[in-house]
Design a protein around this ligand. Structure first.
Ligand SMILES: N[C@@H](CCC(=O)N[C@@H](CS)C(=O)NCC(=O)O)C(=O)O
Length: 237
């Protein structure tokens, strides 16, 4: 698709849903190519990228963004790099505050999303799949509870003590809000924590994200966002 619009390679029930959200927030024209995860019964790669996504670019994962022809039709993997490219290229009014806002705060929270949070979230998935058990190399932590989810306490602290307005970056979502949506949706949909009881500000933040028109438009354009689709394997725990 050699036009000047960016093209998003998206896959159902995956973290590229947050990039669809961002594209809708930016109100720009883009091409969307939706891929369907392999079926649970696939002999070697259940739930993984289908051949169409593997063929789309070297990394073979979602999201993958191909920039428009005027930007060289360059493939960009990695959610954080894609979000930064899209905001730097298309946020002419600086609604996301990467130019005039508190970019250091944005950078801290973006880093938490892709390092600390990602680490705990992968561990939690491993617990769900029976690969890790409480007391394993994860450091004797239980797989749930407040001692395990200190990253949620940190984010609750940031919402309490950061700029008020409903989002991590104030009255408008920032890049960090976009990137935190996916791990927070994993926590929520896989019941890894009781957000309402233990992290009420995070719970309200997620509800606020889901109530945004751009989020709803992105969800409608995607091909499903059920993060509980990867089953728990209780018999192996
Ligand atoms: N670090 C990448 C991770 C991309 C990634 O792992 N995406 C998953 C979907 S949530 C995927 O495509 N998995 C398919 C596979 O591993 O075959 C990012 O931040 O975008």
């Amino acid at each position: 698709m050699a036009d000047n619009k960016p093209t998003l390679h998206h896959m159902n029930c995956s973290q590229s849903q947050r990039i669809l959200w961002l594209l809708e927030e930016l109100n720009i024209e883009y091409n969307l190519i939706s891929h369907e995860r392999n079926s649970p019964n696939h002999p070697t790669r259940p739930y993984h990228s289908p051949p169409s996504l593997i063929a789309a670019g070297h990394y073979g994962k979602s999201p993958l963004l191909i920039t428009g022809a005027k930007d060289g039709s360059r493939p960009i993997p990695e959610s954080s790099a894609i979000a930064t490219y899209l905001i730097r290229t298309f946020d002419s009014e600086d609604k996301f505050g990467l130019k005039s806002g508190d970019w250091i705060r944005d950078e801290i929270l973006t880093s938490i999303a892709s390092t600390t949070f990602n680490h705990v979230h992968i561990q939690a998935l491993m617990f769900d799949w029976g690969v890790l058990k409480a007391g394993d190399s994860a450091g004797n932590f239980p797989s749930s509870g407040k001692a395990y989810w200190t990253v949620l306490a940190d984010l609750e602290y940031e919402l309490k003590n950061g700029p008020q307005g409903g989002y991590f970056m104030g009255e408008h979502p920032g890049r960090a809000d976009i990137l935190l949506e996916f791990p927070m949706s994993m926590v929520n949909q896989r019941n890894w924590a009781d957000l309402k009881a233990d992290y009420p500000l995070l719970d309200a933040w997620l509800e606020r994200v889901y109530a945004r028109d751009a989020w709803k438009r992105g969800l409608a354009k995607g091909n499903g966002y059920d993060l509980s689709m990867f089953p728990k394997i209780p018999e192996r725990r």
